[in-house]
Design a binder for this molecule. Structure first.
Ligand SMILES: Nc1ncnc2c1ncn2[C@@H]1O[C@H](COP(=O)(O)OP(=O)(O)OP(=O)(O)O)[C@@H](O)[C@H]1O
Ligand SMILES: [Mg+2]
Length: 261
């Protein structure tokens, strides 16, 4: 493995069985190398294996063939080093915002002496004053902020995000995209995010991985060389969006209309 490879995914295959016992080739020969500090987005249609791939990186599942490693270590199981944010809020409903964030530190026995980090994190995500609120007392966007910071406070080697903003409206989405970018810039955590939103992928990522289903495979990888300020109306942004939509076969060709005026 070369020095620059942080997450190493080689020839990974994951076959499920459907209810009739027939094989479902969820991932076939997946090769992907991710450098430390990258922000990689995975885009593809429903069922192409995005969650399957993320779960394998998280150590929540094992491949039938191939291997996955982080920082030179084969991924043997879930750990705080692979933070995971789900699409729907998975906060504990019986615990406050503060308690939800502190839980990981407490579970690892490292909370004592780090109490101030929890408050610093709450301040960083703009939830000062909501420490004692319960999940049902905050909005969906606020809950996702808590979920993101709850994973990050454990200083994971990689933060895995499965459509973390998918349930939010367009306004909240853009707000949370800015938060993710800010957190990424401040912590330099390696991020792997699944999203259906091509603009979101371009706005946040260093690279965009395109997957196709049956069997789930990587068909394209795009470098995003747009610098820090990513205006969605920039020519380079628009060109890249078009290329990605083409790779996803999502470009609708205009019918040739004949006018008889
Ligand atoms: N536990 C399972 N048992 C059987 N088949 C499964 C299981 N989990 C996923 N699959 C199948 O594997 C394929 C990939 O599923 P996966 O959830 O990874 O897709 P996805 O790209 O995340 O889709 P979506 O965008 O809808 O979330 C799908 O065909 C799915 O039906
Ligand atoms: Mg999924």
């Amino acid at each position: 493995m070369s020095d620059t490879v942080f997450i190493d995914i080689k020839k990974v295959n994951r076959i499920y069985r459907d209810t009739n016992g027939n094989p479902v080739n969820a991932l076939k020969d997946i090769d992907l190398e991710i450098a430390k500090g990258e922000f990689v987005s995975i885009v593809g249609p429903s069922g192409c294996g995005k969650t399957t791939l993320l779960r394998l990186i998280a150590g929540l599942d094992r491949p039938q063939a191939g291997f996955l490693a982080i920082d030179g270590q084969i991924i043997a199981g879930p750990s705080h080093e692979q933070g995971y944010v789900f699409q729907q809020s998975t906060l504990f409903p019986w615990a406050t915002v503060h308690e939800n964030i502190a839980m990981g530190l407490k579970a690892r026995g490292v909370y004592k002496g780090q109490e101030s980090r929890v408050q610093d994190s709450i301040d960083m995500i703009g939830l000062t004053g909501f420490e004692k609120s319960y999940p049902h007392e905050i909005s969906g966007g606020m809950a996702q902020r808590v979920a993101i910071i709850r994973a990050l406070i454990n200083e994971p080697k990689v933060l895995l995000l499965d459509e973390p903003l998918g349930a939010l409206d367009a306004f909240k989405r853009i707000e949370l995209q800015a938060l993710l970018l800010d957190v990424w810039n401040k912590t330099n955590t390696t991020m792997v995010m699944v999203t259906h939103d091509v603009d979101e992928a371009i706005a946040l990522s260093t690279r965009i991985v395109i997957m196709t289903p049956r069997p789930g495979q990587i068909t394209d990888i795009f470098d995003v060389n747009l610098g820090e300020t990513r205006d969605r109306n920039m020519d380079d942004f628009i060109v890249l969006r078009k290329k990605i939509l083409e790779a996803l076969h999502l470009v609708i060709s205009q019918p040739q209309v004949e006018y008889n005026l």
